[in-house]
Design a protein around this ligand. Structure first.
Ligand code: ATP
Length: 355
């Protein structure tokens, strides 16, 4: 199996290296076939060498790989796109049609929940539409500035995009606690979120064994803090999903635990939910659990697609090892109140894989 690693900016190289070590050890332990890792530069390293943060060669390698491990990128600090500053994450999501961004958040064993109540939920976020200006247009971007004092953003919601993300959410709910919550703002965005809700309702009718409810985004932001344990699968549009999933991850302990998978019909890209954390880059301070957990999601996704139980076992081994290590306060990284650096934490996870 060929996995492409794109280390990215900031803490990307630190947490990618940790992830490759853990994935290699887990796959060996689970009896998976050979895995070949190849590497390519994106972000500032690529900008310096090639004049762009995301080359066509890297896109082709991503398309041809069995899966991609994508490090975080500092796209907010890139130059404009006509000067080579392309957001690698947006490029991959759009060009590989990675329409589902699956973002789990749960309280791991031994961990005290911030709001007092343990929870285990997944945000299923539409990934190719919404307000995300870099991926919603055939030509141009979804933001325009007709005059120096007027800026406008276009929000894209399609029937096809809404139906397929709803389908992903209900399928996932069948493997979990069988509840889907659609999050929207259809009381104001009557047309666009109206279409989104119409599609989710249509799909919900095909899953009579899955409980279905709807919540307004503003209420949902508060309800998550009140009691996140009542939610199982949350399905929503791009920007609401981006924000709610960060909220849920922070409630679970730290952004450093926040794993995610970008999945389409043909491609899967593992990517931590957080950004490039330039404040702690290269200092052996980053928590790599986010990207390690994302890679486990990629292995599980590949295992299901290929009917390969060894890949699913490798994914389960990684998740269990993360649980075991994070359960011990002395084995946590600093973002979780512990003392371990990235490398020492990674060594503990590998040790736990063998236990
Ligand atoms: P960017 O500009 O790329 O979005 P940022 O620092 O503004 O970067 P995040 O990277 O999401 O935004 O980080 C927000 C905060 O969370 C930072 O203080 C960062 O140090 C911390 N953080 C993020 N990821 C991790 C991690 N994996 N381990 C430890 N701390 C993290």
């Amino acid at each position: 199996m060929d996995l492409l690693v794109l280390p990215g900016d900031g803490i990307g190289p630190d947490i990618s290296a940790a992830t490759v070590e853990v994935v290699t050890a887990a796959m060996a332990r689970a009896g998976c076939g050979t895995v070949n890792f190849s590497y390519a530069d994106i972000g500032f390293v690529s900008l310096k060498a090639h004049g762009t943060t995301f080359t066509d060669e890297v896109f082709a390698a991503s398309r041809d790989a069995d899966g991609v491990i994508l490090g975080p990128v500092s796209h907010n600090d890139y130059p404009p796109s006509d000067k080579g500053g392309l957001n690698p994450s947006g490029q991959l999501r759009r060009r590989l049609d990675l329409y589902a961004n699956i973002r789990p958040a749960r309280i791991r064993p031994g961990f005290t929940p911030r709001c007092g109540i343990p929870f285990d939920l997944v945000v299923v976020r539409e990934n190719t539409e919404g307000f995300y200006a870099d991926r919603t247009m055939f030509v141009g971007t979804g933001e325009v500035m007709p005059t120096p004092d007027l800026a406008m953003a276009f929000r894209k919601v399609t029937r096809q995009g809404s139906l397929r993300i709803a389908e992903s959410a209900f399928k996932l709910a069948l493997q979990r606690r069988r509840k889907v919550t659609a999050v929207h703002k259809a009381n104001v965005l009557r047309v666009s979120d109206g279409l989104f809700l119409e599609c989710v309702r249509q799909v919900s009718a095909q899953y009579p064994t899955v409980e279905y409810e709807e919540k307004l985004i503003d209420a949902m932001a508060a309800l998550l803090i009140r009691d996140a344990s009542v939610f199982d699968v949350i399905v929503t549009t791009n920007m609401f999903g981006d924000i709610l999933s960060d909220e849920a991850s922070e409630l679970s302990g730290s952004l450093g635990l926040a794993a995610s998978l970008n999945a389409g019909a043909e491609h899967g890209v593992a990517q931590a939910q957080h950004g490039s954390a330039p404040d702690i880059a290269g200092k052996d301070l980053a928590n790599p659990a986010s990207l390690i957990g994302s890679a486990a999601m990629l292995l599980a996704w590949l295992g299901e697609r290929r009917s390969d139980p060894t890949l699913e076992r490798a994914a389960a081994l990684i998740e269990a090892a993360l649980d075991r290590v994070i359960a011990v306060p002395e084995h946590r990284t600093r973002d979780l109140g512990g003392k371990l650096g990235t490398k020492a934490f990674t060594a503990k996870v590998i040790e736990a894989l063998a236990a």
